[in-house]
Design a protein around this ligand. Structure first.
Ligand code: URA
Length: 209
């Protein structure tokens, strides 16, 4: 699908298979999500601009590449998006963090905002929004609208499992926001869960069910 990159790396696919298993423990689920988060972070930052800077090794001076351009903001959608945050911060420790609190109304499946805290200079940063499950797309599109309302212009979205319905909604509402996902699944069921999916990512991550 246009604007949607499926990260089909064997390590990512293997770890996701382990996570999908209904008997995967809370501990393993959290650990695997952290590991996949790092691998997805590697992919979503693959084209960051670089510049040559002069450094001095123990032997000589040299020109060596370093990341240039906009600084990063990681924006987890609470609460499941937190599962990606620590792993990504390990790779990009200087990134800022924006927290976006949204919950799904169980009847309408609409995203309702309850918390938003972000750096003030979003307009000057690359914002990477993260949420493991792109299902209806209601939370992702609402989060991105909030970020755009606060000035963000350069936004990417990272998830673990996407449904075609969620990708379509993102493409329709935010065609400027590319998506990276570990898998593109079949469809949503009548309750808005991704099939085959892995169930409720937040519950499985935090052991709340
Ligand atoms: N949120 C989840 O955690 N899982 C789904 O399948 C859909 C939305």
């Amino acid at each position: 699908m246009e604007g949607c990159t499926v990260v089909a790396h064997p390590l990512v696919r293997h770890k996701l298979t382990l996570m999908r298993e209904k008997d995967c423990s809370t501990k393993s689920f959290r650990q695997l999500l952290d590991e996949i988060g790092k691998l997805l972070c590697y992919e979503v930052t693959r084209d960051l601009p670089e510049e040559m800077i002069e450094i001095e090794t123990p032997l000589t001076k040299m020109q060596s590449p370093a990341i240039s351009g906009k600084k990063l903001v990681f924006a987890p959608i609470l609460r499941a998006g937190m599962g990606f945050l620590n792993g990504m911060l390990e790779l990009v420790p200087a990134a800022r963090v924006a927290f976006i609190g949204l919950y799904r109304d169980h009847d309408t499946l609409e995203a309702i905002e309850y918390y938003f805290k972000a750096p003030h200079d979003l307009a000057d940063r690359l914002v990477i929004v993260m949420d493991p499950m792109l299902a209806t797309g209601n939370s992702a599109t609402a989060a991105i609208s909030l970020l755009k309302g606060r000035g963000a212009k350069d936004i990417r979205f990272v998830c673990l499992v996407a449904a075609p319905e969620g990708v379509a909604k993102m493409r329709a509402e935010h065609p400027d926001v590319p998506i990276w996902t570990a898998a593109l699944d079949s469809h949503l069921n009548e309750l808005g869960y991704i099939v085959p999916g892995l169930g409720d990512a937040g519950d499985r991550m935090f052991g709340t069910k």
